[in-house]
Design a protein around this ligand. Structure first.
Ligand code: UTP
Length: 292
């Protein structure tokens, strides 16, 4: 049974500057919670128990967010606001949270390598800390990935999302072994940011993975690739080349992916969550209707 997750949050967030100069993008508000809290809740509801964040300097506010704050709790209780305590006390989540630090930002593959001791030879979920995946119907994407991993005795399983053909240049794109009509299929290759003409499909890797511990050895042997970074996609290709089985799980229309990497995707994400807010959503909708 898989019970651990790795969440890299060490990226610099260049595309969201100046917002991310001193504030981690993972703490940007999405509705009433920061991005990373939505991610952690997604992991919790998939039944995971232990989470390690791969963090970095300028990211300590993430640790502070999840820390127990007895002073704040005491003050809320003393001011008759104990109803707010469950919103800021994460002890009840039932998750063990750990932290390790990537000293220099040398890519996602490099960041994942820091979780080797934590994984201790066991398979784990990888969830990028700047992406929320919300499933309107269970089972969640992570649960489907874990089920596939166990059923197929895989080395790696990745979530795949259909993207418009013109956008393939922005993603890692999957090349299925045979037809890609099923919801779960084996992959022959993954191509990082292909041209529109050379893309083998329009199925993009979507921020959620399950790995066997073999990935760490593959990362250690992966040379810097695009942008001089150690690319996780290159390490997965190494697994494939050496006979590892890699599967893709197709996300359904009921799965919504919010990548908080760009201003446009962040604004859309915030708008969706704000409009769904129990207390203010309806008024916000009216306000926007007037404006538009
Ligand atoms: P991105 O590719 O979005 O990079 O990382 P970034 O640095 O966060 O953002 P930009 O491109 O500069 O705007 C995808 C995920 O990998 C993590 C990020 O935190 C994010 O969750 N990451 C990336 C690391 O942890 N370390 C790295 O060296 C690079």
């Amino acid at each position: 049974m898989i019970c651990s997750a790795v969440v890299p949050v060490a990226g610099i967030g260049t595309r969201l500057l100046p917002l991310t100069k001193s504030q981690p993008k993972e703490l940007l508000p999405v509705g009433r919670k920061p991005v990373i809290q939505h991610v952690v809740e997604e992991l919790k509801s998939a039944g995971l128990r232990n989470v390690v964040f791969v963090t970095a300097k300028r990211k300590t506010a993430i640790e502070n967010h999840f820390d127990r704050d007895p002073e704040l709790i005491h003050s809320l209780e003393g001011n008759g606001k104990s109803g707010l305590v469950p919103l800021i006390d994460f002890d009840d989540l039932g998750l063990e949270l750990f932290y390790t630090r990537q000293q220099r930002q040398k890519g996602l593959g490099h960041a994942v390598g820091f979780a080797e001791a934590f994984a201790a030879g066991r398979p784990f979920v990888l969830a990028l800390g700047d992406t929320i995946i919300r499933s309107a119907q269970p089972p969640s994407v992570i649960t489907r990935l874990m089920n596939c991993f166990e059923r197929k005795n895989a080395s790696c399983v990745v979530a795949l999302q259909e993207v418009p053909k013109k956008d393939v240049v922005r993603y890692g794109i999957a090349k299925p072994v045979a037809g890609e009509n099923d919801d779960v299929f084996e992959l022959a290759d993954l191509i990082e940011k292909p041209s529109v003409e050379s893309a083998p499909s329009n199925l993009a890797i979507a921020a959620r993975y399950v790995f066997s511990a073999d990935i760490f050895d593959a990362i250690a042997r992966t040379q810097p690739g695009a942008g001089g970074e150690i690319q996780l996609t290159d390490a997965i290709r190494l697994l494939l080349k050496e006979g590892g089985k890699v599967y893709g799980v197709r996300m359904s229309p009921a799965d919504q992916r919010y990548d908080i990497g760009t201003f446009e995707s962040y604004f859309k994400c915030f708008a969706d969550y704000a409009l769904a807010d129990d207390e203010c959503g309806e008024r916000l909708r009216k306000y926007l209707k007037q404006k538009l």
